[in-house]
Design a protein around this ligand. Structure first.
Ligand SMILES: [Zn+2]
Length: 372
């Protein structure tokens, strides 16, 4: 599930002007607005996707990075809405695109949504850490996680809050030197939802919520990295009169004892004996998918790098797979028996044992350049 191109999402050409981008976003935002599409997760996804695209393409710096590097350039990796914007972000950031007359009316007033900036309330997000091995990261994995969620208990009924008459806000008239001023604040009785519990089962709290442990299964795409955050919308805490929060999954990499990650590549330090390097050998090396045999050519120098194509980590955008790079280190013996010493001393004056790096071997830095 690769991310769609932002220009494609908004249906504009790459050459589109800022104004065209804004118009295109406005059209989509109206079409997929949650007020117009209640309980329609597909529309919500479209709405979020459009907002994410607009967030990048309306910012000249981000747009430039996106044009140059694609989704990676703007940190928009990850198949779960990019771990990016939630509804609150969208409303607070782009509310003014609708010209909703000054005081925070935004979307609400544009759609005539019940006056006074009423906004859908959202439950709190849950955050879990997910430890992943290199093998899991390489190919992606399905994980089951246990979370304790606040859920609206079965059998709870609500009634309109009598304190605020369902508005979620209470207005207070204050006498000041400048005359009377009206201030509005969130209703303390219903917490702003406009509703209070009417009937509830015994195990639910005053808000009609119970805490329930749930097992949620999540498909983690290959190529995630330490600190990356995936979000599953609607799997957080529920809230009366609003939508559920999100479940945020923060990735933690378990360090591998043998293989070192470098972007989508993995690096393995191989040590071979001086004899194997000189004569050539077949040696076993670990990879993410188990051991493989590789051939060490006769006359291999220390510092040579070998590449196992496609034995690395899947790209998070799903396009390609990295490689395993094998760095060959030739092990010089540190202890020798008298007999071994004598044998080696016999070759001391042989030209074959004299280093001659200039002709045959590229320097380490030249090789690095070749590889990256
Ligand atoms: Zn109230």
């Amino acid at each position: 599930m690769a991310k769609r191109d932002y220009y494609e999402v908004l249906g504009v050409a790459k050459s589109a002007s800022a104004d065209e981008i804004k118009k295109a976003y406005r059209k989509l935002a109206i079409q997929y607005h949650p007020d117009k599409n209640p309980d329609n997760p597909a529309a919500e996804d479209k709405f979020k996707e459009a907002a994410e695209a607009y967030e990048v393409l309306s910012n000249s710096e981000k747009k430039q990075r996106y044009d140059q590097f694609g989704h990676q350039g703007v940190g928009g990796a990850g198949g779960y809405g990019g771990g990016g914007m939630n509804m609150d972000d969208i409303f607070s950031q782009f509310g003014d695109i609708f010209g909703g007359g000054g005081g925070g009316g935004g979307f609400g007033s544009f759609f005539g949504g019940g006056g006074g900036g009423r906004r859908t309330k959202k439950g709190t997000n849950l955050r879990v850490k997910m430890k992943m091995t290199l093998a899991e990261i390489a190919n992606g994995v399905e994980k089951k996680i246990k979370v304790k969620r606040h859920l609206i208990a079965d059998g709870v009924t609500f009634k309109t809050c009598s304190t605020c008459q369902g508005a979620g806000q209470v207005k207070k008239v204050v006498n000041t030197m400048l005359g009377q001023m009206v201030s509005a604040s969130t209703c303390g009785v219903c917490g702003g939802s406009g509703q209070i519990v009417d009937k509830k089962p015994a195990d639910a709290d005053a808000r009609g919520l119970i805490v329930k442990e749930e097992v949620i299964s999540i498909n983690i795409p290959g190529g995630v990295a330490e600190g990356m955050q995936l979000s599953m919308s609607g799997k957080g805490n529920e809230i009366p009169g609003g939508i559920a929060g999100d479940l945020l999954i923060v990735i933690e990499e378990i360090e591998d004892k043998l293989l070192q990650r470098d972007g989508n590549n993995v690096i393995y330090d191989l040590y071979v004996s001086f004899i194997d390097a000189a004569l050539g050998a077949s040696v076993e090396v670990p990879t993410i998918e188990g051991k493989v045999k590789i051939k060490i050519d006769q006359g291999t120098q220390s510092g040579k790098m070998l590449r196992l194509k496609g034995k690395g980590i899947k790209d998070i955008n799903g396009y390609a797979k990295g490689d395993q790079l094998i760095m060959v280190n030739v092990w010089t013996p540190t202890h020798l028996s008298r007999e071994e010493k004598e044998t080696l001393e016999n070759f001391k004056d042989s030209d074959n044992f004299k280093p001659d790096p200039g002709n045959s071997e590229k320097s380490f830095f030249d090789k690095m350049k070749e590889f990256f």
